[in-house]
Design a protein around this ligand. Structure first.
Ligand code: 5RP
Length: 223
């Protein structure tokens, strides 16, 4: 296992303690979350989890494989816990997400959860968000229009070739942003016609950020 993978696994392992037996769990997407799902199986915790709401088809498949029932968010109501990774995180627990193209469902599940525990390796922690290109999910016919508007906002949007989201849309990855006011930029991009979702999680940041390294973890909590 690479040092980065060991760090992801350490963060995922530390998130297990947040699982509340008997409560439906929100589960995100990505390689760090894959460790979390695998650890649930390794520790035989499936019996504690009556079901999960999944943020992607990929995670749904992995949950099914370990015997966790996947439920519809419309049937579960508010979730007590959502566990997901991120592409970047700052010290205010604001995030860039969507590297795995699952940002819209991730944002919905995060919004519908009382506690959002984000699990990352230490390379994801940054002072200012924006080095990681900001993913924006867009209705296909609005791609060029939204691209021009994102350029007007100071970014360099790049069409993510060959990717269709689970919702049938496309992704623009916006390079070159220095995101000093994440809430404002999230609101601005959300307001563009044709934008389904922007991968900035600033209005609803994480509540707990578990940062893994090969030698262990440290935890940041919302102020
Ligand atoms: C998927 C995401 C992921 O959480 C993010 O890309 C982090 O992935 P990984 O855990 O593989 O580094 O937002 O849309």
């Amino acid at each position: 296992m690479s040092p980065q993978d060991a760090a992801k696994r350490a963060a995922a392992e530390a998130a297990l303690q947040y699982i509340e037996p008997g409560e439906v769990l929100g589960v995100g997407t990505g390689s760090t979350v894959n460790h979390f799902i695998d650890l649930i199986a390794e520790r035989r915790l499936q019996a504690d989890i009556p079901g999960a709401v999944s943020s992607s088809n990929a995670s749904t498949e992995r949950l099914h494989k370990i015997g966790v029932k996947v439920l519809d968010l419309n049937q579960t109501g508010t979730l007590s816990l959502y566990v997901d990774g991120a592409d970047e995180a700052n010290r205010h627990l604001q995030l860039i997400k969507g590297g795995g193209a699952a940002l819209t469902r991730e944002k919905i599940v995060a919004a519908a959860s009382r506690k959002f525990v984000c699990i990352v390796d230490e390379s994801k922690l940054v002072g200012v968000l924006g080095k990681f290109p900001l993913p924006v999910e867009v209705i296909p016919m609005a791609r060029s229009y939204v691209g021009r508007e994102l350029t007007r906002l100071g970014g360099r949007p790049v069409f993510r070739e060959g990717v269709t989201t689970d919702n049938g849309n496309v992704i623009l990855d916006v390079h070159g942003l220095d995101i000093v006011d994440p809430v404002r930029l999230e609101n601005e991009i959300n307001g563009l016609a044709g934008v389904v979702c922007v991968g900035l999680f600033a209005r609803r940041p994480a509540d707990v950020l578990i940062v893994g390294s090969p030698s262990g973890t440290h935890v940041l909590k919302a102020a």
